[in-house]
Design a protein around this ligand. Sequence first.
Ligand code: SF4
Length: 219
Amino acid sequence: MDAVERAAALRAHAEETASCTRCALAQGRTQVVYGSGNPNAELVFVGEAPGFHEDQQGVPFVGQAGKLLDKLLAGIDLTRPDVMVLNVLKCRPPGNRDPLPEEIAACEPHLFRQIELIEPKLVATLGNFATKLLSGKPAGITKVHGYEQEVTLGSRSVLLYPLYHPAAALYTPSMLKVLEEDFARIPGLLDRAEEEPDEVEVVATTPEADPQSVQLGLF
Ligand code: SF4
């Protein structure tokens, strides 16, 4: 899939997802927060779920944690348009509570489809929920942050890189220092992923809807 086809496929998928009612979170949301960034990004971040501001604006990581994410990206000479930012859940849990297992189970096909379409080299998980879901392992973020691992997502081999969630580092200087150190390894991991081509054949995907009809402005 070339860059234009990939962007069109993502827009079509975003349009489908916008009306999702697979779990009860559909009832309280302002809108589905699909994701934002570069459809052809080599680096994808996966957080937890939209908060108040994200639910209002329809864009992930726009609050204080988002500002910190921007700062961390700037520290490695990247900006939001260089990467794609997604969440495990696309709708805001009430009161910003933790995602429930049944909500994750209902929503995970959206995330896996997004990653399948984007075909990133590196997936950086932010916090416990994204890390456990995409690693398929129960180990918590405290143990696995800063250690990359090879995982197979869909038909592709991807380098997974667990990180603390920026929200956890907002008011804890020691955790922020760890997050900055872990972020500093990202450029090297991207170089490494570039040198190691996928061993599994990638299957091209054809968009099912007319991308021209979708007006999302997310990409
Ligand atoms: S959280 Fe996910 S599964 Fe639940 S309604 Fe929103 S998009 Fe659908």
